[in-house]
Design a protein around this ligand. Structure first.
Ligand code: GTP
Ligand code: MG
Length: 207
């Protein structure tokens, strides 16, 4: 089990080869939107999100790294600072899956066991072009001691579940804070349900 220090905000770093869908997963989660055109991340992008779980509130800081080689030197300092590493591969690109071994090693080198690692096989909507089976992903997860999930940023499949699983694996600050957060949560609960029910889970992208 990872030993994570309880914090008021948790940093999540998104890692993986270029074009695997890191930015698309974050965009789906933040805005429920998907863009078919590829715009490579330059350097590092930063976003904040507050998640309202059933029993507590979790504040997340998302660091979206660039997969392109020329930005690699920037990444270790973001790994060093993060409680969570989301390592993404593309299920239609075997090399991106094989390279996750190196990403996991990089995270372990910087953080040891003090980190939650989630291995994400993205683009599950492209099953006809699949180069990595679900079983291979699960085996790698077991061998590396990390959680595994397949997602489709395009269709919105498992994206919320990915963040929920990560958030529920993070420790609460302390019990008194949790009580306060529960009160806040009750006050906000009607707004949350309206927002959630108005969201469209399927992509409307024509591509
Ligand atoms: N079919 C399909 N395409 C996807 C999916 N997720 C991302 N893409 C496409 O894959 C391409 C790359 O997506 P990005 O999210 O920019 O990839 P990235 O990992 O952020 O790439 P870098 O910023 O270069 O590291 C884009 O054309 C996306 O539209 C998915 O779930 N399904
Ligand atoms: Mg990107």
């Amino acid at each position: 089990m990872p030993k994570i220090m309880a914090r008021s905000k948790y940093k999540l770093v998104f890692l993986g080869d270029e074009s695997v869908g890191k930015t698309s997963i974050i965009t789906r989660f933040m805005y429920d939107h998907f863009d078919c055109t590829y715009q490579a991340t330059i350097g590092i992008d930063f976003l904040s999100k507050t998640m309202y779980l059933e029993d507590r509130v979790v504040r997340l800081q998302l660091w979206d790294t660039a997969g392109q080689e020329r930005f690699r030197s920037l990444i270790p300092s973001y790994i060093r600072d993060s409680s969570v590493a989301v390592i993404v591969y593309d299920i239609t690109n075997r090399a991106s899956f094989l390279n996750t071994t190196k990403w996991v090693e990089d995270v372990r080198t910087e953080r040891g066991n003090d980190v939650v690692i989630m291995l994400v096989g993205n683009k599950s909507d492209l099953s006809a072009q699949r180069q990595v089976t679900i079983e291979e992903g699960e085996l790698k997860g077991k061998a590396s001691g990390v959680m595994v999930i397949e997602t489709s940023a395009k269709k919105g499949l498992n994206v919320k579940k990915l963040f929920r699983q990560v958030a529920t694996n993070l420790p609460c600050m302390d019990d008194s804070k949790t009580e306060q957060q529960l009160t806040d949560l009750k006050l906000r609960s009607s707004t949350v349900s309206v927002e959630e029910s108005s969201k469209v889970s399927e992509s409307r992208c024509p591509c």
